[in-house]
Structure formats: C-alpha cells, structure tokens
Design a protein around this ligand. Sequence first.
Ligand SMILES: *Cc1c(COP(=O)(O)O)cnc(C)c1O
Length: 326
Amino acid sequence: MIMNVTIHDIWKARKRTSQIVKKTPFLYSSVLSDVTGASVYLKLENFHETGAFKLRGAANKILSLTVDEQKRGVTTFSTGNHGLAVAYVAKQLGIRAVICISNRVPKAKVERIRRLGAEIEVFGHGQDDAEKRCYQLQEEQGLTVIKPFDDPYVIAGQGTIGLELLEDLPDLDMVVAGLSGGGLISGLGLALKSTHPGIQVIGVSMEHGAVMYESLKAGKPVILDEQETLADSLLGGIGLDNQYTFRMVQQYMDQAILVSEEEIAEGMAYIFENHRMAVEGAAAVGVAALLRKKIGKPNGNIAVVISGCNVDISAHLNAVQKYISH
Ligand SMILES: *Cc1c(COP(=O)(O)O)cnc(C)c1O
C-alpha cells in the first residue's frame, strides 16, 4: 500500500518517539563559516545513543506497530546503523529483534548488535541472502521487517531532524546531508520544504557507488556494484521496486554532489581537528563538499547534518593519517 508521507506524519513521529529519541545538539561552526563565507551550523546526529540518526526512523516505525505485532517481534537485515537502531529500540520496548546477517559480516559488528540483546541469524553469503531470510521470518514467525529507508514511518522519523532544525534556526536557508537510500533526504526535504519551500536541500554521496545519484540520472532505480569506501554507511542499493524515497528525493532535493575518498578523509580530519569529534565517513561528506566548494552559492544559514559516528577507531585514525600525510 502506497501512502503519501506528509508533514503531519513527521509531527506525529516527533510525539511518538519522544521517549526514545532525544533532541540532538546544534552547533555553530565558526571555522566552517570563515571558510565558506556563510553561517554554518552542525546538526550533531552522532550524539544519539546508537551513534546515528537511524534511531529516529526505527523508533517511529516500531512504535507504530500494533501491540500484537510488537509482541511477535521485528527483524531486519542491516548490520550497520539501522540494525543497531532496531536492536536498541526493541530492547527499550522489551520486544524480540532478529538481525539477519550473511557469514561475511565482521565479528566486531555482530558483537555490538548482540550486546544490545538482539538475536543474530546467520544465513547465506551476502546481503541478498540475509534479506531473503528476513522475509522468511516474517512468513514463518510473524516478525515485522523493518526496512532501512523505503518506508513512510522511517521517512517521517528521519524528518524529525527537520523540525529540530527549524526550532533552533527558523531562518535556515540550506541543509546539507548524506544521501544513500534517501530516507534522510526525503524526511528532511519534506519537513523543511513544507514549512519554507525556499530552503535548499543538498544531498552528498561518495563517488564510489552512488546508487541514488545514478538512479536519478537514469530516471529510474539502477543497480551498481559495491566498492570500498570510507563512507560505508552510504553503501547499498535503493531497491528496484523503490516505492517512496526515489520519488521524494526527486521532488525535494535541489542538488546532488559527489565527493572522493580523499575528500571524505579530509572532512573526517577537519571535524576531528576543529571540533574534536571522531565521526564516520558517511557523516563527513557534507563538510567535505563545503570545504571543496562543491555546493552552489553557499550563503545565509547552512545546516550540515553530521549523521553518525560508528567507525572503528583504527579506521578513523587511518583516514585522518592518510589525509595528513598527503
Ligand atoms: C544511513 C546513513 C546515511 C544515509 O541515509 P539514507 O536514508 O540511507 O539516505 C547517512 N549517514 C549515516 C551515518 C547513515 O547511517
């Protein structure tokens, strides 16, 4: 069933998730403002308890399920920030969560999810197999599959970032955020443009495997091979049968930008050096785009979404070191 997501759904998401999702800090960056000539602010989604904004969408979706559905439990096939969020919300609500993974997923990632109390189901050799297993669990045991982005409740949940931005800065002119499956940009775009249609919405992806970017160019969802990238949270397809986010990103995003691996490392190093925060590659793409002056006419009040901080300390060190030795 296709429904239209509206600003009303985002307000409802805000109310529904208020017990689990805390408002995140909003920080003026004098250094980035100096570099760009605009007033640049950082929206610190790395401060969620799960380390990324995906908590918002997962909380809104799971809290929207009926009591009966909640009793049967939830499942998902992400081992990244979405999987962590689903496991965390399930634990808060005392319900069952099964995270399906392939046998290729690194042990450290699996342990973190297990520590949150979720069950791990190992199946097959790739992400597609893990996804298939989720839908089997739905059939066999009545678990609800919690999708990472292409779901109206997930999109509305991510949109609550937009409400917080407008509270802190009603005169916002532009928002810059990472773009993968498009749940984040869809929710943000809907929240901001429903309020002030003039706010510019900029999506940033990595050069290596920008599926939404290529899909928009092709006019329909496409498939790309996955490549190594520092912005690993931006990896993954958008689904050939995409129902919501492809259309919403088309409607709400004003500019799509790509950044190189070197630029992502520069963004991570810059945030570390100037703001003393270790953030993951996917969260540094907006700062990278600003630093390299890739955003058309950055002026007025700009909010950059720092989307998460789930990165191995060694991977972070490596990225920063590579950048410094350049
Ligand atoms: C998921 C994610 C994104 C991208 O969000 P989409 O809704 O998939 O476009 C950006 N940054 C981080 C840290 C993420 O986990």
